[in-house]
Write a protein that binds this ligand. Sequence first.
Ligand code: NI
Length: 182
Amino acid sequence: MAILKIARMGYPVLLQRAEPVADPGSAEIRRLVADMMETMEDAAGAGLAAPQVHVPLRLFVFRVPPERGGADPDDKPVGNTVVINPELELLSEERVLRWEGCLSIPGLRAAVPRAPRIRYRGVDCDGRPVGGEVSGFHAGVVQHEYDHLDGILYPMRMTDFSLFGFNEELTRAALAQQASRS
Ligand code: NI
């Protein structure tokens, strides 16, 4: 396995619409998926889409870390998962702001409007169906990764740019606010 080089914002591959995967079970796709999972873990990310590693194909990997999944039974922790040729349906017009980062936009995070509940489906490398109806963090990470397959980065979804900043400054500000309250 290998750690792959991640394309950062400004790289044209991130703005392309990716192509369907012809053979999810091929040796090339299996190797790509294994490498993407290793790269996601190495970067401590929750998701990684193929265009982010310079491969314009419709697949992504993600996980719901134990500390991110909520009490909601539709937002349980999920181990490393691949979704190939996904379809995505937003289950309401409602949008909630979710704090997100992106491995292609290192050091920053922002509050991004997302559907609170979605239905998605795709296949894994053995052609088995993956997906379902999910909420919360799980729904947010899948929307974020799916957007990468259509050339959409989270700043292109933002509505309030005052909720955009560097991780360390946002953390510092949150800590200062906590201290002033106590
Ligand atoms: Ni991303």
